[in-house]
Design a protein around this ligand. Structure first.
Ligand SMILES: [Cu+2]
Length: 787
C-alpha cells in the first residue's frame, strides 16, 4: 500500500561515493563542506546559547543511590574524556550547520547540472537513531546520566559500545525538472569542534526515488502560484467582471488538490486555489477572507507554474464589505474596552525549570525538546523523578503527526476542502516566530527552530517554541469541618507549545505537565473561518450565514497524536500493554439486590486489529497503558490512563473520497507495535495520494501482538465546527485535547508533597466596589508582560 520505492541507489553501508541511481553522480556523493560563518556553533554552547541556558542541570544524580551515582560519575567522566567531541544529543534537532551540510551534500550528488539546479528541498529532518543509541547517550554523555544495563554491545557482545554513531539527516527532495521525489539519508560527521571552525562532513548513505507521490507544498510555491494566477489574462478578465482591476487586492490561497479523480493523480503537482479579494481599505491587516471570490475555477501545475484549467463557472457578486470583518484595534467598532487593569505574573527568583540544551527539568518531570518541519514540537523521553524509585519513564516520544479538516458543503469548491495540514503543508514549517506574537505571561524560555527552505538554505524561526510555568488554580484542598482547619495547594503546570498558521486558520499545540503526574495535550483553534459567498436570497444548509452574502461551511477538525509510550520501561524494554476500561452496570441478581452496582470492566487489547477503538463517554471509556512487569503497592500493574476529552467521528458518508486518504479517522484510537518507520497515519505523502488506506489502516493488518510490547498510541480526536456568528471575524480559541493520567503508577497522590503557597493577597482586594472605580483607561501593551 505504500508508494513504490526504487531503492537500487541505496548504499546502507555508508561507504563513500558508492551510490547508484540515475539521479546521483557517484563521484560527488561524498563531500567535505565548509560552513558559512553564521552557522558555526553546532555543538558547542555559544555565548548566545549560554545566555539562554537556565540553571545547567544542578542535580544530575538525584533519584539514584550513592553507589550508582559514583559509578555513573566515573564512567561519565572517562567517557567524556574519550569522546569529548560529541556535542549534539542524538535527539537534538538538526543544527543550522547540519541542515546546510545536508542540503549541500545532496545537491553536490546530483547527476547533472540540470538535476542539481532542479532540486527543491521540502524537508530536512534528523533521522532519529535507534533507541539503544539514545539510551547510551542518556547514560553517559548527556543528562539525565542514567546508568543502565540495557546498553548495546559491540559485535560479538564482548564490550559495551562506548561511542555514539554519527548523526544522520533525512531529506525529502522534489525536483522541478523531472517531477521526481527522492528521499536521501546523509551521514553528518563532525570533523572539527566549533573552536576549529565548526566543520561538518556530509556523506550520502542512501537515496530512494519515490514513485507516484507528491511531497508537501512550500511557501515559495504559494507565492509563485499567486503571481501566476494574477498575471493570467482570463483571470484578470473574470475579476474585472466582478469589478476588480487592482490585482494588489487579490489573495490566492493555493489549496492542495486532494484526490478525487484520475486527473488528480500525483504524476502532476497540482493546486486548486481559493481566491479572495480585499477592498480599497486603509487597514493594513484587512481581513481579506471576508470577500471570497466564488465561481472561478483554476487548476495549477505547480511544477511548471502553469495554469492547466481555467473556468469562470458562475457569477456570484463579491459580498459587500462587512463592517465587522476587521480585528485590529483601530478598526473595532465602538473602540476597545477600557476597564482592564494590568495583571502581571512575577517570578522574582526566576522559573522553577532548568534547561540544558534541549533537556528540560521541571519539578519532578524531565524530557527533551525536539522539532520537525512536519510535526513542529516533539517531546522526547518523558520521565518522572520518583524519589527512591528513581527516574521512571512514561513516554519515549510524543507529537502531533497529522490533522485533517474536512468540509461538509457539497458545493464547488468547498467539497474539495479537506486540508491535511501536517502532511500536505507542515505544522512546524508554518510555526510562528513568537518574538512578535507570544502572549504568555511570566518567565518564558524560547527555543528557535531551523528549517531548510525550498532552495536548500537554512531558515530560522526565532522563538518557535515557548515554554513557561502557569498557575493553574487549585491543585488539592480539604477543610476539616470539625476544626475548621484547611489545607490547600495551588497547581502549577509547565507548558510547552507552538503556534502555526495554515492559510486562514491558527492552531496552537500544547503539552502541559502537572504536579500530580498528569500530562495534558491541548490544541487551541483560532483564526479566521473559511467562507463562501452567497447570491442574494440564497440559503445554504451546509453552513452558517455570518454576514450578508457570506456563509461559513460546516466542517470538522481532526488531530492525530502519536505517542510511543514507555510506562515504567527501562531502555530496551518492551513491556507495555493496552487495556480498555468500560464502567458498566451490574446485571440484576442476588449479588445486586438493590440494582445499584456498577464496576470498571477491563479488557486487554491484545492485537492491533482488536485495538481499533472509539470513545464511549456513556461508559466512561478510557484506556490504560500498563507495564507488565512492575507492580504498585497493592500488587497491581503500574500504568497511565489515556483519558479522552470531547471527541467525534467523521460525518462524511462511508464512500466519501476523503476517507480513502484519511481512513485513520474511522477510529478514535489505534494502537500499533512500535516501528520507527511508521510515523504518519496517512502515510508519508498524503498530498494527492491515490492509495486507499495508506498508513495506519494498512499497518494494523499485520495484527501485531500488543500484549507485552513497545506500543504506540494513535489518538484521533476532533471537533465538529458548526460556525457561529461569534466566530467572526477571528474565532475565540476553541480548546480540544486529552490527558495522560497516572493510574496506579504512584503509591498515592504525587501532588501531596507540594508545599503550601505563600499567601500574597492583594490588600486592595475588598476595595473594588463599583464599576465607577474602574473607569480610568488603564490598558498597557501586551508586550509589557513579556521578558
Ligand atoms: Cu473550524
Amino acid at each position: 500500500m505504500a508508494p513504490k520505492r526504487d531503492s537500487a541507489c541505496c548504499n546502507a553501508s555508508g561507504a563513500e561515493g558508492k551510490v547508484e541511481t540515475r539521479t546521483i553522480h557517484p563521484q560527488s556523493a561524498a563531500g567535505d563542506l565548509t560552513l558559512s560563518p553564521e552557522w558555526i556553533g553546532n555543538g558547542d554552547i555559544t555565548e548566545e546559547q549560554q545566555d539562554h541556558t537556565i540553571g545547567i542541570n544542578p542535580k544530575p544524580y538525584e533519584g539514584l543511590d550513592a553507589r550508582t551515582a559514583a559509578v555513573s560519575s566515573a564512567v561519565k567522566s572517562s567517557a567524556r574524556l574519550l569522546f569529548g567531541s560529541q556535542h549534539s544529543h542524538p535527539l537534538d534537532p538538526l543544527s543550522p550547520a547540519e541542515i546546510q551540510v545536508a542540503t549541500e551534500t545532496v545537491r553536490a550528488a546530483g547527476a547533472s547540472a540540470e538535476i542539481r539546479d532542479g532540486m527543491r528541498f521540502i524537508e530536512v529532518v534528523l533521522c532519529e537513531p535507534e533507541k539503544d543509541v539514545v539510551a547510551l547517550a542518556d547514560a553517559y554523555f548527556f543528562p539525565p546520566y542514567q546508568p543502565t544495563f540495557f546498553l548495546p554491545m559491540d559485535k560479538g557482545g564482548a564490550s559495551w559500545r562506548l561511542h555514539l554513531p554519527s548523526r544522520q539527516a533525512r531529506l525529502t527532495v522534489y525536483n522541478v525538472r523531472n517531477n521526481e521525489t527522492t528521499i536521501w539519508s546523509v551521514e553528518l560527521t563532525e570533523v572539527h569542534a566549533v573552536t576549529r571552525g565548526g566543520h561538518h562532513r556530509g556523506k550520502v548513505v542512501s537515496c530512494e526515488v519515490m514513485h507516484d507521490v507528491q511531497p508537501s507544498m512550500d511557501a515559495e510555491e504559494y507565492a509563485s502560484c499567486e503571481a501566476t494566477i494574477k498575471g493570467y489574462g482570463p483571470f484578470r478578465e473574470a475579476m474585472k467582471n466582478r469589478g476588480v482591476e487592482n490585482m494588489e487586492l487579490v489573495m490566492v490561497d493555493p489549496w492542495c488538490s486532494g484526490y478525487y479523480e484520475e486527473k488528480d493523480s500525483p504524476n502532476r503537482r497540482l493546486a486548486r486555489p481559493l481566491i479572495f479579494c480585499r477592498t480599497e481599505s486603509d487597514c493594513v491587516m484587512e481581513n481579506g477572507y471576508a470577500r471570497p471570490v466564488e465561481g472561478i475555477y483554476v487548476l495549477v501545475d505547480l511544477q511548471n507554474m502553469k495554469i492547466l484549467e481555467f473556468e469562470d463557472r458562475r457569477f456570484v457578486p463579491l459580498p459587500p464589505p462587512d463592517p465587522l470583518r476587521n480585528y485590529t484595534p483601530s478598526h473595532i467598532r465602538g473602540g476597545m474596552r477600557s476597564d482592564i487593569k494590568p495583571l502581571q505574573i512575577i517570578q522574582p527568583e526566576g522559573p522553577s525549570f532548568c534547561v540544558n540544551g534541549f533537556y528540560v527539568e521541571w519539578q519532578k518531570w524531565n524530557f527533551r525538546i525536539g522539532f520537525t518541519p512536519r510535526e513542529g514540537l516533539v517531546i522526547h523521553n518523558v520521565a518522572y523523578d520518583d524519589g527512591s524509585r528513581g527516574r521512571r519513564s512514561v513516554a519515549y516520544r510524543l507529537s502531533f503527526v497529522e490533522m485533517v479538516v474536512p468540509y461538509g458543503d457539497p458545493m464547488d469548491p468547498h467539497y474539495r476542502k479537506n486540508a491535511f495540514d501536517a502532511g500536505e503543508d507542515g505544522l512546524g514549517k508554518n510555526a510562528h516566530s513568537l518574538k512578535k506574537g507570544c502572549d504568555c505571561l511570566g518567565y518564558i524560555k524560547y527555543f528557535d527552530a531551523y528549517l531548510t527552505n525550498y532552495r536548500g538554505s537554512v531558515e530560522k524561526i526565532e522563538n518557535a517554541i515557548c515554554m513557561h510555568e502557569e498557575d493553574h488554580g487549585v491543585l488539592w484542598k480539604h477543610q476539616d469541618w470539625r476544626s475548621g482547619l484547611s489545607e490547600v495547594r495551588r497547581s502549577r503546570r509547565l507548558t510547552v507549545s507552538f503556534f502555526c498558521t495554515v492559510a486562514n486558520y491558527e492552531y496552537g499545540f500544547f503539552w502541559h505537565f502537572y504536579q500530580d503526574g498528569k500530562i495534558e495535550a491541548e490544541v487551541k483553534l483560532t483564526g479566521i473561518l473559511s467562507l463562501g459567498a452567497l447570491k442574494a436570497g440564497e440559503i445554504r444548509r451546509h453552513g452558517t450565514v455570518i454576514a450578508p452574502g457570506l456563509y461559513a461551511p460546516v466542517h470538522q477538525h481532526f488531530f492525530v497524536a502519536r505517542m510511543n509510550m514507555a510506562v515504567d520501561c527501562r531502555p530496551g524494554e518492551a513491556a507495555n500493554q493496552i487495556v480498555e476500561v468500560d464502567v458498566i452496570p451490574e446485571g440484576p441478581g442476588p449479588e445486586n439486590p438493590n440494582h445499584n452496582a456498577f464496576y470498571a470492566k477491563e479488557s486487554v487489547l491484545r492485537s492491533e486489529m482488536q485495538a481499533r477503538r472509539d470513545c464511549s463517554p456513556l461508559s466512561a471509556r478510557h484506556w490504560l497503558i500498563r507495564n507488565t512487569k512492575t507492580v504498585n503497592r497493592v500488587g497491581r500493574l503500574t500504568g497511565y490512563k489515556l483519558a479522552p476529552g470531547p471527541n467525534c467521528l467523521p460525518l462524511v458518508g462511508p464512500d466519501a473520497m476523503i476517507l480513502r486518504r484519511a481512513e485513520f479517522l474511522k477510529y478514535n484510537l489505534w494502537v500499533t507495535q512500535y516501528n520507527p518507520n511508521e510515523q504518519f497515519p496517512g502515510g508519508e505523502f498524503p498530498n494527492q495520494s491515490p492509495r486507499v488506506g495508506e498508513g495506519l489502516p494498512t499497518w494494523v493488518k499485520q495484527n501485531r501482538n500488543l500484549d507485552e510490547a513497545d506500543i504506540v498510541l494513535w489518538y484521533v480526536f476532533g471537533v465538529t465546527h458548526v460556525p457561529r456568528l461569534e466566530d467572526w471575524p477571528v474565532m475565540p480559541v476553541e480548546h480540544i485535547g486529552f490527558s495522560l493520567v497516572p493510574d496506579g503508577f504512584f503509591s498515592c497522590s504525587p501532588a501531596i508533597d507540594v508545599p503550601p503557597s505563600e499567601h500574597q493577597v492583594d490588600e486592595r482586594e475588598n476595595d473594588v466596589s463599583s464599576k465607577a472605580s474602574l473607569q480610568t483607561p488603564n490598558i498597557r501593551p501586551v508586550a509589557a508582560s513579556k521578558l
